[in-house]
Design a protein around this ligand. Structure first.
Ligand code: 9YT
Length: 135
């Protein structure tokens, strides 16, 4: 069993800061769960373009409000406490925070710890999937 406190983890290297957000990663690849689990705070007024081409992610809004735009379709959804979105199609998206927004996020495959977005708004894969290994 793994038990961790956000309040303790937030002052360790589990906290990652980047432009417009910070995140406390409570479960990582090394924990062997098959997913990672993060409490991510989006700073007020941030507009984050993200495109997780290597991961699927779901996000649950705990507090704050904003919106998510699906950049493939132009659809915009309001985000407020109790709303979940799942990027099941590796959806290219824009997240806007009207206020500070606190979210719980799950990534599959799990992140390893220090990832921040690359120029395309993606995180690299920790390792290539078995199907892409060259003979
Ligand atoms: C809500 C959101 O954008 N989540 C992304 C995950 C977060 N940036 C992290 O922990 O890397």
């Amino acid at each position: 069993m793994i038990v961790r406190s956000y309040h303790e983890a937030k002052d360790t290297e589990r906290r990652v800061d980047s432009e417009g957000w910070h995140s406390v990663r409570l479960l990582l690849k090394d924990d062997g769960m098959g997913f990672s689990f993060h409490i991510t705070t989006i700073h007020k007024g941030s507009e984050l373009k993200m495109h997780y081409t290597n991961h699927v992610e779901c996000v649950y809004c705990i507090s704050g409000d904003g919106s998510i735009e699906n950049l493939a379709t132009g659809d915009i959804f309001e985000i407020r406490p109790g709303v979940m979105y799942a990027l099941d199609q590796h959806d290219d998206h824009l997240l806007r925070a009207n206020t500070e927004m606190i979210t719980a996020c799950i990534f599959n495959p799990p992140v390893t710890g220090r990832e921040v977005h690359d120029e395309n708004g993606a995180y690299p894969l920790a390792e290539k999937p078995a199907s892409s290994v060259e003979p």
